[in-house]
Design a protein around this ligand. Structure first.
Ligand code: ARG
Length: 285
């Protein structure tokens, strides 16, 4: 298996394998600023800390290679709604929803990610997000090592990492991890999100072929260092807020979200070849 030192420790994502991933920019022809995820034709979810300096942003959709975006794949925002409890000191409630001025046209490479609908009887993520274990997939065009740049060829990176319990995470982060956050990372480091990945998705498989947005890249001490997991906004905890902000437009039909072109059964597992799962159980930090 080929791993390259991207996202941190990731590998190239193939076309259509992360169709909800977007690149957030500060202007229509500016460079990449943050990640984000499509949750329906008109709405994007990202981190609040990514949208705290302007009133309008641009969202590039539908490409795997950053430099191949065409202007027609760049959408302007109509509204930017950070969570009212977002706190730039503590990173509590680090989530924002963005309404686009025009609707996306879904295709093989442009699709929404599923998000927990507490009003949905299927309540897909309830059990899943209660689990302090298992694997998640993170993706982005962020730095490939602490203090570095993104992938030089612009290819979107993905990597799977284990979920770390809040209890264990708080041993490292001195109690700063609250119930609106989830942690994920390798006990020995080596795979992580990093600067520029913020706002992007942490997804978990729920039905055999579908993916759920469980987390949003938020913060972390260093990138990929041993003993310091990355911190993600816990989307299921804040799904009600998303529903309210989007006037209930999100969470339409669970059958049409989180699907990808290539159904690779082992995608969230194949990168675990040499993993040492010391986080769960009594492993030390
Ligand atoms: N705050 C960073 C950003 O704005 C994300 C950092 C994530 N760090 C980590 N070690 N997981 O892009």
């Amino acid at each position: 298996l080929n791993t390259s030192p991207y996202i941190v420790g990731g590998q190239d994502a193939s076309r259509g394998s992360l169709p909800w991933q977007v690149s957030l920019r500060g202007c229509s022809n500016c460079g990449h600023k943050c990640g984000g995820s499509i949750i329906n034709e008109r709405w994007i979810v990202t981190a609040a800390h990514c949208v705290d300096d302007q009133t309008t942003y641009y969202v590039a959709v539908g490409e795997t290679v950053l430099y191949e975006y065409s202007p027609r794949n760049v959408y302007r925002t109509e509204r930017v709604i950070p969570h009212e409890y977002y706190n730039s000191m503590t990173y509590n409630a680090d989530i924002a929803v963005l309404k686009l001025r025009t609707s996306l046209v879904f295709s093989d490479t442009i699709q929404p990610i599923c998000i927990n609908d507490l009003r949905n009887s299927e309540n897909i993520s309830n059990g899943l997000d209660q689990l302090d274990s298992g694997y998640a997939l993170i993706s982005g065009w962020g730095a490939i090592y602490e203090g570095g740049f993104g992938p030089s060829d612009g290819v979107l990176q993905e990597v799977s990492i284990p979920i770390v319990s809040n209890y264990q995470c708080n041993q490292v982060y001195d109690g700063r991890i609250n119930s609106n956050m989830i942690c994920a990372g390798m006990p020995n480091g080596g795979r992580d999100s990093c600067q520029g990945d913020s706002g992007g998705p942490l997804v978990r498989r729920f039905y055999s072929q579908q993916w759920l947005l469980s987390g949003i890249v938020s913060f972390g001490a260093n990138c990929g260092t041993q003993g310091t997991p990355g911190i993600y906004t816990k989307v299921s905890k804040i799904a009600d807020w998303v529903f309210d902000q989007t006037d209930g437009e999100v969470f339409s039909d669970i059958r049409f979200c989180g699907d990808v072109l290539d159904h690779d059964e082992n995608r969230d597992l194949e990168l675990t070849w040499n993993s040492d799962l010391g986080w769960t159980g009594t492993g030390n930090c």
